[in-house]
Design a protein around this ligand. Structure first.
Ligand code: NAD
Length: 362
């Protein structure tokens, strides 16, 4: 496709959010120059930034702006400044609101070990040598993060509760996303649940088994979440596509990120039924390093590559960004989080971005 003109909403957010989104925007602008596309960017406040400006973490104007755009690039939200606010005013609440508001029910989180970063992975050398390349498909608008919750007085005094509830429809639609993705990859799918204890997981498993009959070309397996957490560090190469609920996916994808070397490397896409998606790194706002120039921009840059591929169908452009990142790592350039014992040689966020831009231009 030539000369694509498209509108991208930017939600920079808090902490390192603005720094890493700026890097990804520079990369998209460079791709625009090289391939003749025009990306138009409009920034909207979200999270703590929005709270300070408007008193709410997700202003109506932000949701409207995202709904009117072709795609959304998000940094991260949250920070100690807003940690003591009540749950409905926490910056993180904006994430749930925007996912629900945009109907983004499927969150795709690829995790692969770049050969150049084997030494940065905490895996034993022989496991790191084998490498891994897996994708976690996480349900994003259901489950315990969206279920009924509250406080009450029980027989032992004050108590609090959260509810995990999944409908057959919600499980089926995320299941289909995962089976279709498995068909495009190595045709292996693992569904992660806690069906030995949770009723919601038993329904999850029943529905996944019905779907497995519809996709006989996909080798399907069930795995309990506690075992999945162990297997991810014991032998990650056994996995290709994994599908799981909102909370299990949240936790397992952080674990998967750590074995790649750094959480600063992992991108994600969130999609619904249309092509408009929200693309964001899987990490948070990293308040401990905000403003120091130590943030790794790669997760956000790779999220922009996912946007090019999954929302704009620009495969060549997406591959160009991914190859530029792999090249930069192969050349030995590192930010502090992946500098493995050589912090003095670490590049800043801006320097790493420049290296990626140079590779795109070559
Ligand atoms: P975090 O992901 O922000 O940070 C965890 C650790 O990883 C920190 O040591 C941080 O410095 C490091 N790190 C994260 N991203 C990095 C990067 N790009 N480069 C180098 N190092 C990086 O998680 P946290 O500390 O648990 O949470 C901080 C804040 O972020 C909290 O307010 C939390 O609620 C919020 N949060 C937001 C999102 C989101 O916006 N999607 C996700 C998770 C956490």
């Amino acid at each position: 496709m030539l000369n694509l003109k498209t509108n991208i909403a930017l939600l920079k957010g808090d902490g390192i959010g603005p720094e890493i989104v700026d890097s990804a925007v520079a990369v998209l602008k460079k791709i625009g120059e090289v391939f003749g596309h025009s990306f138009n960017f409009t920034a909207y406040p979200i999270g703590g930034e929005a709270l300070d400006l408007t008193g709410v973490p997700l202003p109506e104007e932000t949701l409207k702006g995202c709904l009117a755009s072709d795609s959304v690039l998000l940094g991260a939200v949250g920070g100690p400044k807003w940690d003591t606010l009540p749950g409905n005013l926490r910056p993180e609440r904006a994430l749930l609101g925007i996912r629900a508001g945009l109907g983004l029910y499927s969150n795709i989180r690829p995790a692969k070990l770049f050969p150049a970063l084997r030494e940065a992975s905490p895996l034993r050398a022989e496991l790191a040598e084998k490498g891994f390349d897996l994708v976690i498909v996480r349900e994003l608008t259901g489950g315990i993060y969206f279920g009924e919750s509250g406080r009450r007085t029980g027989t032992n005094g004050p108590e609090a509760y959260d509810t995990e509830c999944y409908s057959e429809t919600e499980i089926k639609r995320i299941g289909r996303v995962a089976f279709k993705l498995a068909q495009k990859r190595s045709k292996r799918l693992t569904s992660v649940d806690k069906a030995n204890v949770l009723e919601s997981s038993r329904l999850w498993r029943e529905v996944m088994h019905q779907l497995a009959d519809e996709y006989p070309d996909v080798a399907y397996a069930d795995l309990l979440v506690d075992n999945a957490a162990m297997q991810l560090v014991k032998n990650p190469a056994q996995f290709d596509v994994m599908v799981t609920s909102n909370m299990f996916g949240d936790i397992l994808s952080d674990e998967a990120s750590q074995i790649t070397g750094s959480i600063g490397l992992l991108p994600s896409s969130s999609l619904g039924d249309g092509t408009r998606g929200m693309y964001e790194p899987i990490h948070g706002s990293a308040p401990d390093i905000a403003g120091t120039g130590k943030a790794n921009p790669i997760a956000t840059v790779l999220s922009a590559a996912m946007m090019l591929r999954d929302s704009f169908f620009l495969e060549k452009e997406a591959k160009t960004v991914e190859n530029a990142v792999a090249n930069v790592l192969n050349c030995g350039y590192r930010t502090a989080d992946i500098a493995a014992g050589k912090p003095a040689e670490a590049l800043s966020t801006a320097e790493m971005t420049e290296k990626i831009l140079d590779k795109i231009g070559q």
